[in-house]
Design a protein around this ligand. Structure first.
Ligand code: MFK
Ligand code: FAD
Length: 497
């Protein structure tokens, strides 16, 4: 006989059963904005349930690169997984990106609620979606009317046949953090056409139709300020690569369904987005948007891991009781939930600030607050999600370590949040850039968010005071300031969360 067989965990409905999301939407969005969004949120959550079920029944796929066809032609074709094939249809139908660019202060809230529900099921199709959103945002900020007219109708399309993905081509072999070491060069033909030559070392949206790429115009100086930002389209009208070869797809710890490629550029036609220098400054709006996506997706991974662990605690028994009825197991779950709710609040506050600021409806200090909270939310949620997802795997005991439960993938995938889009240290240093204008935006935010007389207010204000004093003490000592940046970032992020 088989003996005891454990019931598998079931996924609660990611929208209807998510108290945190529903409460937050309920008190953030006006009712007449929430009602029309609901069907999209329901549908994306239904898709998530379907995808989790399907994952349990079918072996995992990975993208496959075919470099040569049978007759010797170089083709560099990439076959994608089912979730990726479904991505364009699903996300255009539910207006994931289009929603974020509506002229409303609620646009980003409505977009990121969709992202939160879709992300885990997307198998990191959300990575190129984030970059496409970032490209749309950076092009808008550039004011380049010709490129805006050319690309945004595709990036924000509600029709899959018309939809384009954009990549973000920054990282090269000498530097992913230190982008100023970029070796790719931009050369101008006699007829004025710019072309890119070089090697990009991590290209996650290589299947995209477009990309924003950093390159050094021929003859320009070394360093970051001399880099230019270019818009490229990857394929010609016959679907052939335009001066791009795909050297290989990377073998990664996680994000297995995401095709991350090493590529060579040999004459790829390119259009300058703006003036031919300060490319990092020009791409910064993209960075800040993709970092917000990163925080939302990290929070989504936590929500998924906790939802499964919570369900399992009702189905699994030990020592004569369900796991949930053991005080220490219940406490473990409650601690995870508290960390997740704090991360959720900080992240969605950033989403709301972004929407408000983009529409020019913010308070005077909102832009500075957003600039500071964006790297804090990214770096903090990444670390919390790795910790919480790891704890959630332990809640399943040995089963949490077994591949075909689908659980180990959650941990492998969470590890990436801290690395790409700026590592924890790089973002801690970015926080120092943002702090150059002081802690006043944080004080004002706390003043508005935490009522006078609330018990936690004293401790929050004391932490901000202490951080300000520390920053004052070490302001003149750059080495001390940098060495302290990570600790200060964690303190401020946790305090704000
Ligand atoms: C599913 C989850 C969704 C997420 C998907 C993401 C997919 C992943 C794809 C990637 O990983 S794409 C690659 C991401 N790469 C990075 O994030 C680069 C990390 N490195 C940094 O962020 C460095 O801090 C940076 C290269 C930006 C700066 O290095 P430098 O050489 O020290 O530059 P500098 O001189 O400090 O900054 C140049 C300008 O940019 C300055 O402006 P000015 O020219 O006006 O002085 C900076 O103020 C400005 N700047 C830098 N970061 C900014 C910014 N402005 C606004 N916001 C920021 N965050
Ligand atoms: P390094 O910069 O060499 O960092 C090594 C270590 O040094 C890190 O711990 C870092 O925190 C630390 N460090 C660096 N500088 C400092 C400093 N000043 N002070 C203190 N510590 C420091 N990039 C793209 O452009 N496009 C993509 O589509 C893309 N997709 C990716 C997909 C995946 C799955 C992964 C893993 C990466 C992807 N990347 C992409 C690259 C990613 O953005 C970089 O790997 C990342 O920015 C780190 O750069 P690096 O690998 O060169 O590490």
């Amino acid at each position: 006989t088989m003996g005891f067989v454990q019931e598998a965990p079931r996924l609660a409905h990611p929208f209807r059963d998510d108290r945190v999301l529903n409460a937050w939407l309920g008190h953030t969005l006006p009712a007449d904005r929430l009602a029309p969004v609901r069907p999209d949120l329901e549908a994306l959550a239904d898709y998530a349930v379907m995808a989790w079920d399907r994952r349990g029944r079918t072996p995992r796929g990975e993208p496959i690169l075919t470099q040569w066809d049978a007759w010797g032609s170089r083709v560099d074709r990439i076959a994608l997984t089912p979730a990726w094939e479904e991505g364009p249809g699903l996300t255009t139908k539910h207006a994931v990106l289009a929603a974020g660019h509506e002229p409303s202060r609620w646009a980003r809230v409505e977009e990121f609620a969709r992202v939160y529900l879709y992300h885990v099921a997307s198998e990191f199709y959300c990575c190129p979606l984030a970059m496409t959103d970032g490209a749309a945002t950076a092009l808008r900020a550039s004011g380049n009317a010709r490129l805006i007219e050319r690309a945004l109708p595709h990036f924000l399309s509600r029709d899959p046949a018309n939809f384009w993905l954009s990549g973000q081509w920054m990282t090269e072999t000498p530097g992913g953090s230190d982008v100023g070491r970029t070796e790719t060069t931009a050369r101008q033909d006699a007829d004025g056409q710019w072309r890119l030559y070089g090697r990009k070392w991590f290209s996650s949206a290589v299947v995209g139709e477009a990309a924003l790429a950093l390159a050094r115009p021929e003859g320009a100086a070394t360093g970051t300020a001399a880099l230019a930002l270019f818009y490229v389209e990857t394929k010609d009208e016959h679907g052939a690569w335009r001066g791009i070869t795909i050297d290989r797809l990377k073998k990664k710890l996680g994000t297995h369904e995401l095709p991350t490629a090493e590529i060579h550029l040999d004459g790829l036609p390119a259009t300058p987005v703006g003036p031919l220098d300060h490319g990092v400054r020009q791409i910064a709006p993209m960075l800040n948007v993709t970092r917000t996506w990163n925080a939302v997706c990290a929070v989504a991974s936590m929500a998924r891991a906790i939802a499964l662990a919570r369900d399992y605690a009702l189905r699994r028994s030990a020592f004569g009781h369900r796991l949930i009825d053991h005080p220490l197991h219940a406490r473990t779950l409650a601690d995870m939930q508290a960390e997740y709710e704090a991360a959720f609040s900080l992240t969605f506050h950033v989403a709301e600030l972004l929407g408000r600021t983009e529409q020019g409806e913010g308070e005077a200090q909102d832009a500075a607050l957003l600039r500071l909270l964006t790297p804090l939310a990214k770096l903090w949620t990444a670390k919390v999600s790795i910790r919480v997802v790891s704890e959630a795997l332990e809640c399943f005991g040995g089963a949490g370590y077994i591949e075909d439960t689908g659980l180990p993938q959650l941990l492998r995938d969470a590890q990436v949040y801290a690395i790409w889009e700026g590592t924890t240290n790089v973002l801690s240093l970015d926080m120092l850039r943002a702090l150059a204008s002081g802690l006043e935006p944080l004080r004002q935010a706390i003043g508005a968010l935490v009522p006078e007389g609330a018990p936690e207010r004293g401790a929050i204000v004391a932490t901000i005071d202490a951080t300000e004093a520390l920053l004052g003490d070490i302001a003149a000592d750059r080495a001390a300031l940098e060495a302290s940046a990570r600790g200060i970032a964690f303190t401020l992020a946790r305090t704000m969360a």
